[in-house]
Design a protein. Structure first.
Length: 142
């Protein structure tokens, strides 16, 4: 099984790396927003906010190319907007997608997480009180 992991650099990246260690797979590839010695990403997108949708639309062809080249069976993201964009590209190409909302979102699901509910195969929260029909709590991941 091939898994493509996608997250913005910083806290989202740190959480993604920890989540990726929990999953067994044959091949892992990573998408991030920071090209530096601190990331071990295979692909990069420019960082943007969910409130800057136009910047995401401009990067959609790149995200689609990343998903096509990496040929994942599953795409997992912990956020933020660039990770959501990769999930959306995966959705468009018929891939299974999983959004893991940040552990920091203890009062409500993030804006990107709420957007992921529209198309992601699974949306996960790390807080039992945030579970809904569309957002699942399967236990603490971090």
């Amino acid at each position: 099984m091939r898994i493509l992991f996608a997250a913005s650099f910083g806290g989202h990246w740190a959480q993604l790396k920890r989540v990726s260690e929990l999953l067994s797979c044959d091949e892992r590839q990573y998408v991030s927003t920071a090209e530096s010695q601190h990331t071990s990403a295979d692909y990069y997108l420019e960082d943007f906010s969910i409130r800057e949708v136009w910047r995401g639309i401009l990067q959609l062809p790149r995200a689609l190319g990343i998903v096509r080249r990496s040929r994942p069976d599953v795409i997992v993201s912990t956020g933020a907007a660039p990770g959501l964009l990769v999930l959306f590209a995966g959705f468009l190409l018929g891939r299974k997608t999983i959004w893991v909302d940040s552990i920091a979102n203890s009062r409500k699901v993030s804006l990107s997480g709420r957007a992921a509910c529209l198309f992601a195969t699974r949306v996960l929260t790390q807080w039992p009180e945030l579970e809904t029909r569309r957002v699942r709590y399967l236990g603490r991941l971090l």
